[in-house]
Design a protein around this ligand. Sequence first.
Ligand SMILES: [Cu+2]
Length: 316
Amino acid sequence: MSEGPPQSALRAAGPVAETLLEVSGVLAVGGTLIFAGVMLLLALAMRRRKGAVNARWWLIGGGLVFPTVVLTALFFYSEWHRPPWRPIPPPGALIVGVTGHMWWWEVRYRDPATGAEVVTANEIRIPVGRPVYFGLGSADVIHSFWVPSLGGKMDMVPGRVQHLQLQADRPGTWRGQCAEYCGEQHARMALHVVAEEPAAFDAWLAAQAKPAATAATSPTSPREVERGREAFLAHRCNACHTVRGVSEESRLGPDLTHVGSRLHLGAGTVPNDPAQLAAWVAHTQQLKPGARMPSSGDRIGEADLQLIAAWLAQLK
Ligand SMILES: [Cu+2]
């Protein structure tokens, strides 16, 4: 199996994750040293005769003074390193809203040009070197937002908005995962964070803000693309999916306006390409059993499936 994007707190790629890694390192090394010290004392004690040492001083020193000093020091050390809790975003931060659904992630930005909402799913693009302030919510049960290489973890609780700040210091792609068991497909509730240089990010956001458009260069003919759009509407995919500029809003499923620009389908379940798109629509319940989308393979003919997949694939 080829190695996917990193999902490891040991591979920190930004200031928050680096701080967490440092604090964990200090805890691990300190804990090991203390453990080794206690074992050494135990070994020595077992070889001594009874009454040869002053047990009272060992009790006070090792049992009271030492833990008090160590725990107090640790308290101040970790407080000093704790990322500040911010009820409001820091100046200059990018604000991203993420809502957990069973079992996918809705992602919202604001278009800096118009202030309009820009909705996407399962993939979060961010600019390198800029703090990203997340507002996290849930549409159903408790989920937890966690991208270990970029920073801490935060529960997504229905009826509340929680906050988390992350930052990436270099371009790259990192995997994240829902970290609170949320039902049948909890394991296939992954997300990807793609950090890009600010100019590339701005261009991406501007493109995402636009309504769905037919690609200038598409492997399929314009007529086929048009028929794909018609088949999507005829088979009522728009009952659950928004395609801005094509159908009314519906938020039961991921926004598909620019689905062709994403890396994966089904919250990391399969890579995104035209063949996988057709397979996903036909065999949703085989690829992700329990997903809140019906399989359409026995309802929609092969020709229409291919047309829909080709149309979706070119929505970049
Ligand atoms: Cu989950």
